[in-house]
Design a protein around this ligand. Structure first.
Ligand code: ZN
Length: 290
């Protein structure tokens, strides 16, 4: 790790986390900023960086959807979001203008995937995916060491997945109903079971159903992107034995087609960086921007 210092922001719907450092083990300063309206929140983040010694570059790992095409006039903006005040908000511009250093931006999950490949559970791999299952489902991909985006960034939470036998639950995605997110996210568990996951009495049945649902989403991801590993994070990833159960369900659902036989238990893993995948990812984006 170099001695040079970088800035990172993990931009989320409830908080922005600003850090200065050079990697997950080298975070020198950290501050949480409440997500209110864009001008207030971004001003507080800018004040944090004003108080720090000079950084070489800044990385922003943000909630989306984001415009990530560099040639687009709204590069670095949030696009359409129902979040009040944040529709079309410019995340990149204020920092590029004020800090005068390279500023890179990507989704929180693409950044988390990058951090897990560089320092975490997927260290040393060329291709890996990071999926968070929490209030929503989001996935980021690193292919040949670089985060993937194009017309849009990956929206793995909205792939279609087969319904489990005899399952009548309609799903809760406002766009698609029973897509991956609509069936698997935390609020979907609550809608299906009539209470939040932590209050469900039949934990075993709930986790088994959740694992089978997540595995159905992962099957799509594996066949399309061919990752060498999937890191599963987010609030739902704290359910008991969920990684082991998703791995087993994925092996079962892929029916011996492809090489899952080699990965009976080590293909779906928790984040190696714990809850710091996002902020570490922001630093990785900054390092790569130099
Ligand atoms: Zn959807």
């Amino acid at each position: 790790m170099s001695d040079e210092v970088y800035g990172g922001i993990e931009a989320g719907g409830t908080k922005f986390v600003c850090v200065v450092g050079n990697g997950p083990d080298g975070i020198l300063e950290r501050q949480r900023v409440q997500t209110t309206d864009p001008s207030t929140t971004l001003a507080e983040c800018l004040e944090f960086f004003d108080r720090q010694s000079a950084i070489h570059a800044l990385g922003i790992a943000s909630f989306g959807p984001l415009e990530l095409r560099p040639s687009h006039p709204e590069f670095g903006h949030i696009t359409e979001t129902p979040k009040p005040g944040w529709d079309r908000a410019d995340l990149l511009g204020p920092f590029a203008d004020r800090l005068g250093v390279p500023v890179a931006i990507d989704t929180d999950v693409n950044a988390a995937a990058l951090a897990e490949v560089r320092w975490g559970a997927a260290k040393g791999l060329r291709n890996a995916v990071y999926v968070t299952v929490g209030t929503g489902v989001g996935g980021g991909a690193v292919i040949d060491g670089r985060p993937v985006s194009g017309l849009i960034h990956p929206e793995m939470g909205h792939v279609s997945i087969p319904r489990l036998p005899n399952d009548e639950f309609p799903g809760i995605c406002p766009f698609h109903g029973d897509c991956f997110e609509g069936l698997a996210c935390g609020p979907a568990i609550e809608a299906r079971w009539g209470r939040p996951a932590e209050a469900v009495e039949d934990v075993e049945s709930m986790v088994d159903m959740e694992a089978a649902t997540i595995a159905a989403g992962f099957r799509q991801i594996v066949y399309v992107l061919a990752p060498e590993l999937i890191v599963l994070g987010g609030g739902v990833s704290k359910l008991p034995r969920i990684h082991e159960k998703v791995n087993a369900a994925l092996v079962d659902q892929m029916s011996d087609y492809a090489v899952m036989a080699e990965h009976q238990s080590d293909f779906v893993v928790p984040p190696g960086l714990g809850d710091d995948s996002g902020v570490a990812g922001a630093l990785a984006l900054a390092i790569d921007a130099c």
